[in-house]
Write a protein that binds this ligand. Structure first.
Ligand code: SF4
Length: 395
C-alpha cells in the first residue's frame, strides 16, 4: 500500500472510492487527491478499489501552537450550524445542570424526544422545589431515564444549594466542586453554558475529537490518558467564546467526528487536525465484558385482581417498584409467561416472568398488593413497566 501521488493513475471524475465497505463519491477532484493523504491497496480500471484510510485533508495549522484560527473556524461553523436544544436557550444554571445530569447516560434523542427534560422542569422548576421533593414524585418524574441514582444526586445538589448558598449557584470552580454530584466536567459545563465563563470540560465526544485533532495514540481512558486529554482541552479552550466553543466541540463529536469512520472531508476543522488515521482513534483500554444473568420474577394476582409488586429498598434503586423476584429453584418450573432482555451497567439481564400460584405467596418486606389502576402512577424501572403492560390484560 502506498500514498497516492501525482504519478498514480488518476480516476475519472466524479471520483468514486471504496471506503470502509461503501462506495463514496467524494466532493474532491482527482487532481487534489494527493492532498487527502489517502492510501490505496489496488486499482480496478482507473479507479482505486480500496482506500484504506478515511479520506482526510492534511493538517495545515497546529491549533496547539496557534489556536485562534481553530477557534474562529469552529465557532463560525457552530454559529451557522449549531443545533437548537432547549438547554442552549437558557442561562439558568439549574436548568443546565438538569440537562447535563440527564445526558450523562441517556442520549439526546431520548431526553428530548420523550419530553423528559421539559416534564422534569415543569415538575421541579428550581433547586428549592427539587430539594423539597419526596422519593415517589422524584422517581416518577425520572422514570424511563434509568440510572435513578442520578435523580437522587440531583436532589442532593439542590439541597446543598438551598442550605448553603440560598438556592444560588456559586460561579467559581472550587465552589461548584464542593456541591455533591458536581465533578469537574459538570463544573466546567455550568461555567461555560450557564455563566459564559472560561472553562475546561471533557466528555466522551470531546475526548474523541481531541485525540484525533492532536493524533494522541495512547489510551484515553487510563489515568495518564485522562490527564493528558484534560491538559489538551485546557490548552485548546477558547476563553473568548466559552459557551459556543464547548458546545461546538461536543457537537463536532456527535456529527462529523463521530465514532468509527468520521466525515473528515466535510469537517469544519479538518485543516487543523493531525491524525492520518482518524478511524483508529481514540485508543481505549480493553473493555470488561458484559455478564449474563437471569432474573426470575413472579406474576401473581389475588382474588380482587390486584398484582403482587415489590418496592425496592437497596442502595441503587430505593423506592422503585417491580415484580417480586424469586430464586430460580423456587419458581423456574412454573409456566413461563413472558421474557424480556435488558441491560444495566455491566449486566445483560434475561428477565423471565413465571405464573405463580398461592403456594408462592409469602408477603416479604417491600411486597404489596397493588390495584392495576394504581400501577401507572408508581415509579418503576422501564423493563418491568414494559412486561407488566404486556401481561396485565391477559393474566
Ligand atoms: S476533527 Fe474529526 S472529523 Fe474533523 S478532520 Fe479530524 S478526525 Fe476528521
Amino acid at each position: 500500500m502506498s500514498c497516492l501521488t501525482e504519478d498514480d493513475r488518476i480516476p475519472p471524475e466524479p471520483p468514486t472510492y471504496w471506503v470502509h465497505g461503501t462506495w463514496l463519491t467524494a466532493p474532491i477532484t482527482a487532481q487534489r487527491l494527493p492532498l487527502y493523504g489517502c492510501r490505496v491497496s489496488g486499482w480496478r480500471e482507473a479507479i482505486p478499489v480500496e482506500v484504506s484510510a478515511v479520506l482526510k485533508p492534511r493538517r495545515e495549522t497546529d491549533p496547539l501552537t496557534d489556536p485562534k484560527p481553530f477557534h474562529d473556524a469552529l465557532v463560525a461553523w457552530f454559529r451557522k450550524n449549531g443545533r437548537d436544544y432547549p438547554w442552549r436557550r437558557t442561562r439558568d444554571p439549574y436548568a443546565v445542570l438538569v440537562s447535563e445530569v440527564m445526558l450523562q447516560q441517556t442520549q439526546i434523542a431520548t431526553v428530548l424526544g420523550k419530553g423528559y427534560y421539559t416534564r422534569f422542569l415543569e415538575a421541579f422548576p428550581d433547586a428549592a422545589t427539587l430539594a423539597a421533593a419526596d422519593d415517589d414524585s422524584l422517581l416518577k418524574a425520572w422514570e424511563g431515564l434509568g440510572y435513578y441514582r442520578r435523580a437522587r444526586m440531583l436532589r442532593d445538589t439542590s439541597r446543598a444549594l438551598v442550605e448553603k448558598h440560598g438556592g444560588r449557584f456559586p460561579k467559581d470552580v472550587a465552589g461548584l466542586l464542593e456541591l455533591p454530584g458536581v465533578g469537574r466536567y459538570t463544573a466546567g459545563a455550568l461555567r461555560a453554558f450557564a455563566f459564559g465563563k472560561p472553562a475546561v470540560l471533557v466528555d466522551g465526544n470531546v475526548s474523541r475529537v481531541l485525540s484525533r485533532l492532536t493524533d494522541f495514540k495512547e489510551p484515553v481512558d487510563d489515568s495518564a490518558g485522562i490527564r493528558r486529554i484534560w491538559e489538551l482541552a485546557g490548552i485548546l479552550a477558547d476563553d473568548r467564546h466559552p459557551r459556543e466553543y464547548h458546545s461546538a466541540l461536543m457537537e463536532l463529536g456527535q456529527t462529523f467526528c463521530r465514532t468509527g469512520a468520521p466525515d473528515c472531508l466535510n469537517c469544519p476543522v479538518a485543516r487543523f487536525c493531525a491524525t492520518r488515521r482518524p478511524e483508529s482513534l481514540p485508543v481505549k483500554q480493553r473493555k470488561s465484558s458484559l455478564t449474563d444473568i437471569t432474573e426470575h420474577a413472579l406474576w401473581l394476582r389475588d382474588g380482587e385482581g390486584r398484582l403482587l409488586l415489590h418496592q425496592e429498598t437497596g442502595k441503587r434503586r430505593t423506592g422503585l417498584w417491580k415484580l417480586p423476584l424469586r430464586d430460580a429453584a423456587e419458581i423456574s418450573t412454573r409456566p413461563l409467561i413472558a421474557e424480556h432482555r435488558y441491560g444495566i451497567t455491566r449486566y445483560r439481564v434475561m428477565l423471565r416472568v413465571h405464573q405463580g400460584d398461592d403456594s408462592h405467596f409469602t408477603l416479604g418486606e417491600g411486597d404489596s398488593w397493588i390495584e392495576p389502576m394504581a400501577i401507572p402512577g408508581l415509579a418503576m424501572a422501564a423493563p418491568f413497566r414494559k412486561v407488566i403492560e404486556r401481561l396485565i390484560e391477559d393474566f
